[in-house]
Design a protein around this ligand. Structure first.
Ligand SMILES: NC(=O)c1ccc[n+]([C@@H]2O[C@H](COP(=O)([O-])OP(=O)(O)OC[C@H]3O[C@@H](n4cnc5c(N)ncnc54)[C@H](O)[C@@H]3O)[C@@H](O)[C@H]2O)c1
Length: 300
């Protein structure tokens, strides 16, 4: 199988690219910041997603698209709604059209668990109605609807993966923020620390994409991608604290709605046998590596 990954040099796209390449797929990474690396089975194409002609050239002889171009930071999206629209929606429209015109009809799209918002119940199943709370969640949900439309109107075989809290060395999530503050000996301010989130390791996320790619769906489908295990923010702080016993924590009053966000992964398990790491092992490993990197200034 030959797969084009838009945004394949980014945090999640790069992991998907290397896992697919390792398992023998041919991968084309199409990214504005493409690396000039020599990795077996990966071809790097430096290209802008909005350059439809170039994108179609890169799609030659591909069987599937994984569209990882997007703006992942909800705060930046709220401050720059046009940028969020361009990266989370307009880029998708361009990618769908390029794929359709190139006769590539398998398409995977990441979405975000944040579209569930403060759900009434947790674990959260895919049929839970979304509670859209900011521009990021609106754009992500609109992207899902665009994917559904491309299946219903143009026969595009689209699958949406709603990602919960993805963590990894290169991430920008809560784990990275906490380790960064702890290593700089900054005070950690906690609000709503009892709320539970579903932390999933980057390589398990990539595995979910690879597993889903193997299924020959001919309909629109949505999957939660998490572990099914809830960990409070305080649990994560305690893991970081193992390395920094004297770190200073200040507890503040949380103004927003307190809620848990944990994935019900029954659907993904049934479809692909998905079995992510549920222990603290990878969390501990990632924290240790982030600390070592901060000392050596290493990238990875
Ligand atoms: N990171 C998370 O925790 C998370 C959680 C849920 C959903 N998602 C979604 O997954 C997707 C990828 O997230 P990420 O964290 O890997 O983001 P990222 O910012 O690390 O990667 C995005 C990639 O897109 C590339 N890109 C940006 N503009 C481009 C353009 N004009 N043309 C070509 N390439 C361009 C960037 O160079 C980058 O490599 C986003 O849609 C995000 O909303 C991420």
């Amino acid at each position: 199988m030959k797969v084009l990954i838009t945004g394949g040099s980014g945090f999640i796209g790069a992991e998907i690219a290397s896992q697919l390449a390792e398992s023998g797929s041919k991968v084309v990474v199409y990214d504005i910041g493409a690396w000039d690396r020599q990795i077996n089975n990966i071809e790097y194409v430096k290209g802008d997603i909005f350059d439809a002609v170039h994108l179609r050239e890169a799609l030659t002889s591909c069987d599937a698209v994984i569209h990882m171009v997007g703006l992942a930071d909800a705060r930046v999206a709220q401050e720059h709604p046009q940028l969020s629209f361009d990266l989370n929606l307009r880029s998708l429209q361009v990618a769908f059209e390029a794929a359709r015109k190139s006769n590539v009809f398998r398409f995977l799209l990441p979405s975000s668990a944040s579209i569930y918002g403060p759900a009434d119940r947790s674990p959260i199943a895919e049929d839970t109605p979304p509670k859209l709370t900011n521009i990021y969640t609106y754009h992500k949900f609109m992207a899902e609807k665009l994917a559904e439309c491309y299946t219903n109107s143009y026969g595009m075989n689209t699958t949406v993966l709603r990602l919960f809290n993805v963590y990894g060395i290169q991430g920008r999530g809560i784990l990275n923020i906490l380790v960064d503050k702890a290593t700089k000996e900054e005070v950690i301010k906690l609000y709503g620390e009892k709320q539970k989130r579903d932390f999933i390791y980057i390589s398990d996320v990539a595995k979910a994409f690879a597993n889903i790619l193997d299924i020959a769906y001919n309909r629109y489908e949505v999957f939660n991608v998490g572990t099914g295990i809830g960990r409070s923010i305080e649990d994560i702080v305690n893991l970081v604290k193992e390395h920094f016993p004297s770190m200073t924590i200040e507890y503040g009053k949380y103004d927003g709605v307190l809620y848990d966000s944990v994935a019900d992964i029954t659907r993904l398990k049934k479809a692909t046998g998905f079995d992510p790491d549920k222990s603290d092992r990878n969390l501990r490993k990632a924290i240790g590596k982030m600390i070592r990197n901060s000392k050596t200034g290493a990238e990875k």
